[in-house]
Design a protein around this ligand. Structure first.
Ligand code: ADP
Ligand code: ASP
Ligand code: MG
Length: 401
């Protein structure tokens, strides 16, 4: 029986912790499981590597950034493999490329196109424990790529699917998925289970405990995901198919800092509408989160701050071509979202969100809703407070009835 486990950076932060993970993996192996262990870079290694890149270049080329960042996961995979071997069990480590993670060629944010895990299968058949560097792959042009920050979770789910694993466990530094980030809301409660759709919404709106694309894959292939702590044996959270639940309730609050809004005005004459603008932004790999279009031709787009330089380059060019009249930027924002099945279709819940924030003097900006969430932008400095206010207003510290 194949079991895929993924250990995050804080679980591998020191040689002692790596030895601890080695013992945990061996204990599973002793129970007869074929172990595939996906690892992240040790603690803050990826941030440190990125800092180095920005010390030598103002805009590091994305290809070279990928060459640099993949080093982080190679360090932990080889150390974990050595630690397992030195405890008397055979292990072998592989990079993403060696174990057949084929991606598109969008450097620093590549998507997995195929997984050909032949080498993993061969080594498992020999009885070895296989350790895999998460967060990376190789494009069809044989270039090394990375999957976006937090992408090791996605490596784990993709491998679980390709290897038809019976278990896929994400081991992290908290006890599971909570009603809010427990570092922001001390009263946050662990959720024993969550539907794929709710988890996808939570991950997309800032609940960084899982990489959104790992949840997308788990949903697509119906792979149950167990999220639990690598530091304790406490029960975690199971992400799975929840059946048709009619009950509407808010299950979690998420917050995402580092947001900005672009206000665009389209030309009154000769304009070609918004489609050329979106096409150009998408060609420049700028991800737009929320959109609102007013009657007077004004458009507001929200996006993560890191996309601003590329977005402004594109908009400047469109303005020169006469496809855009003007644009302005509002930076220093955060989004706060409440998540739960059916809530976006319930006006009472949106009203409660706005009144809770406004009663505490937090101005509510740009809003959007979907079936599974309601999101509002607030000033960045109020993000944590807004999260705590909503957690309290929706009584998320109390057990669900
Ligand atoms: P890893 O290194 O194991 O991948 P991450 O730092 O990527 O771990 O994700 C775990 C972190 O996610 C937690 O330490 C926690 O602060 C944060 N987090 C944000 N929202 C939530 C949530 N709703 N439930 C649990 N953790 C959350
Ligand atoms: N090391 C990478 C990051 O810090 C990938 C991951 O941790 O999943 O984003
Ligand atoms: Mg992570």
């Amino acid at each position: 029986m194949i079991c895929v486990q993924k250990y995050g950076g804080s679980s591998l932060a020191s040689p002692d912790l790596i030895k601890r993970v080695a013992r945990q993996v061996i204990s599973q192996k002793k129970r007869g499981k074929d172990m595939v262990v996906v690892v992240s870079a040790m603690k803050d290694t990826t941030d440190e590597l990125l800092r180095l890149a920005y010390q030598v270049a103002k805009e590091p080329p994305r290809r070279e950034t990928d060459m640099l960042l993949t080093v982080g996961e190679r360090i932990s995979m080889s150390l974990l493999s050595m630690a397992i071997n030195s405890l008397g069990f055979e292990a072998i480590s592989f990079t993403g490329s060696q174990c057949g993670i084929i991606t598109d060629s969008r450097h620093t944010n590549a998507r997995i196109k195929d997984v050909r895990p032949f080498r993993i299968e061969e080594e498992l058949a020999k009885g070895k424990i296989v350790v895999v560097a998460g967060f990376q792959g190789v494009s069809e042009e044989k270039e090394v790529t990375t999957l976006g920050r937090g992408g090791s979770d996605t490596t784990a789910v993709a491998l679980a699917y390709a290897l038809r694993a019976k278990e896929c466990e994400i081991l992290t530094d908290v006890d599971g998925v909570f009603t809010a980030d427990p570092r922001v809301v001390p009263q946050a409660r662990r959720l024993p289970h969550l539907s794929y759709e709710e988890m996808l919404e939570l991950a997309s709106f800032g609940g960084k405990v899982l990489h959104p694309r790992s949840v997308e894959l788990a949903l697509k292939f119906r792979i149950p995901l167990a999220v639990r702590s690598s530091f304790s044996l406490r029960q975690g959270t199971l992400i799975k198919e929840m059946g048709k639940v009619e009950k509407i309730c808010v299950r979690a609050v998420a917050c995402r800092k580092g947001m900005a809004v672009l206000f665009l005005t389209l030309p009154k004459v000769k304009g070609k509408g918004i489609s050329p603008i979106f096409r150009s932004l998408s060609d420049a790999d700028v991800n737009i989160d929320l959109l609102s279009k007013g009657e007077g031709g004004g458009i507001a787009l929200s996006l993560r701050r890191e996309y601003l330089p590329s977005a402004e380059r594109v908009l400047g060019e469109l303005k020169r071509q006469g496809l855009l009249d003007n644009y302005s930027v509002l930076d220093g924002l955060a989004s706060v979202s409440i998540i739960g099945s059916g809530i976006g279709e319930n006006p009472g819940i949106a009203t409660k969100l706005f009144s809770a924030l406004e009663a505490e003097g937090i101005k509510v900006g740009f809003c959007s809703s979907s079936r599974l969430s309601i999101t509002s932008l607030v000033v960045e400095g109020a993000a944590e407070r807004a999260t705590r206010i909503l957690h309290r207003a929706f009584e998320l510290d109390k057990a669900e009835g």
